[in-house]
Design a protein around this ligand. Structure first.
Ligand SMILES: [Zn+2]
Length: 104
């Protein structure tokens, strides 16, 4: 059975554990096999860049490192980080905030 993620690409999430707790960003990508997500501007890791040419001194770039999906929570516009619930509307499943019931 395929695992279902409640979080989708471009969702606004808040980091709820680890060094970046409280930071917010959008989901850039999801790795469904490893249960990991990349959140824009969060969990930055330094990465040494290779020299591209003689003039280029190389350097350090900051890139977003993957976070485990359990370390992020979807952000509701009204309540902040929340748990996701589902509502059935006809044949569609709609994501809702479990706190206020708003569509997410
Ligand atoms: Zn809410």
């Amino acid at each position: 059975m395929q695992k279902k993620f409640k979080i989708r690409k471009d969702d606004l999430v808040e980091i709820i554990a680890g060094k970046d707790k409280g930071k917010r960003g959008n989901i850039l990508s999801i790795d469904r096999k490893k249960d990991r997500v990349i959140v824009s501007g969060c969990n930055l890791a330094k990465k040494a860049m290779k020299k591209q040419s003689e003039q280029d001194r190389g350097g350090i770039a900051e890139i977003e490192a993957p976070l485990h999906i359990s370390n992020v929570a979807l952000v509701c516009k009204k309540c902040g980080p929340t748990k996701v619930g589902y509502k059935i509307d006809g044949d569609k499943k709609i994501r809702v905030c479990r706190k206020c019931g708003d569509t997410l």
